[in-house]
Ligand binder design. Structure first.
Ligand code: ATP
Length: 280
């Protein structure tokens, strides 16, 4: 399912983005392009517009100006079939998992399948159970309801649903929020292994410094309504901006860098210990 892909084009490239609500300008002259196969972190102060940017890249909010290309093509140039396929290429894990409380885990995962795939229910069940296995949930969780799940299990169930249609791009909104350090570390490891196994491109909005250091190839900083810097963390840390200095030079960042603990085996820049819970 790679209809709009061309080998060396960015899965998502946004240029000159302007978004606003009434007179409240959220992004101005914002440029951002994700490289295929990377895990990109997106950080910024509270209210800086990270979620709005994610929604804009997902196509849920139309920018007032600027252009977003998906695999090199403008959304407005896609025909209805390509548009539908593009939607299926983007999986999203919203904060809290956003599971339907009246459906079991398996049924939750089947929701996008029923909407978009033409196959038997039996096959969908089988696929849903594969996703359950993929995210490290026990098989018996298939018939549990969200209220029966722990916070970490809910995240995994949400992740399984976001993978239901085998997307190429995965959007994660605060995936480790609310998890204890051990659960968060396990989730980081899962994201990394899924990226490698499924050749995913991942955009992760997070306040979790440990996650940033553990699994992100590059980190984008959203300040002053635009992406001020988007690079490896060792470069971002040195970026000359007051918010960046405070965020990456503050006590929590130092804790993330120095606390002994587990490491996520990663192909990128040295993995970083997860110790104190980070956030801001
Ligand atoms: N539907 C909306 N209508 C009006 N204003 C909105 C809407 N959605 C978001 N905003 C505003 O856009 C700005 C950015 O919000 P956004 O949720 O993207 O911030 P954020 O960086 O994700 O913050 P946080 O880290 O606290 O979650 C805020 O000022 C918010 O009030």
């Amino acid at each position: 399912m790679k209809p709009v892909e061309s080998a060396d084009t960015s899965p998502i490239e946004a240029t000159g983005i302007l978004t606003q609500f009434g007179t409240n300008v959220i992004h101005k002259d914002l440029d951002f392009a994700i490289t295929r196969g990377e895990i990109a972190g997106l950080v910024g102060g509270s209210g800086s517009g990270k979620s709005v940017l994610m929604n804009t890249l997902l196509g849920l909010k139309v920018p007032e100006a600027g252009e977003i290309r998906y695999f090199g093509k403008r959304r407005s140039d896609l025909d209805p079939v390509e548009e539908m396929r593009l939607k299926n290429e983007m999986g999203v894990l919203f904060q809290g998992g956003a599971l339907f409380s009246s459906l079991t885990v398996r049924q939750n995962i089947m929701v996008p399948m029923i909407e978009h795939l033409d196959m038997s229910k039996a096959l969908m069940c089988e696929l849903a159970d594969m996703k359950i296995h993929m995210v490290g949930l026990p098989p018996e969780s298939a018939v549990l309801y969200p209220s029966d799940l722990s916070g970490g299990m809910k995240k995994r169930a949400g992740l399984a649903r976001s993978l239901a249609l085998d997307p190429q791009i995965l959007f994660l909104d605060e995936p480790t929020a609310g998890l204890d350090p051990i659960g968060a570390h396990a989730f980081d490891t899962l994201i990394l292994s899924l990226r490698d196994a499924l050749d995913l491109t991942v955009l992760m909005v997070t306040h979790d410094l440990d996650s940033l250091y553990a699994i992100c190839d590059r980190v984008a900083v959203l300040v002053d309504k635009r992406i001020a810097v988007y690079d490896r963390l060792d470069v971002v840390e040195q970026y000359d901006h007051a918010w960046v200095k405070e965020y990456f030079g503050g006590p929590r960042s130092r804790a993330a860098l120095s606390t002994p603990g587990q490491k996520v085996a990663t192909k990128q820049k040295g993995a970083t210990p997860r110790g104190a819970t980070a956030g801001h």
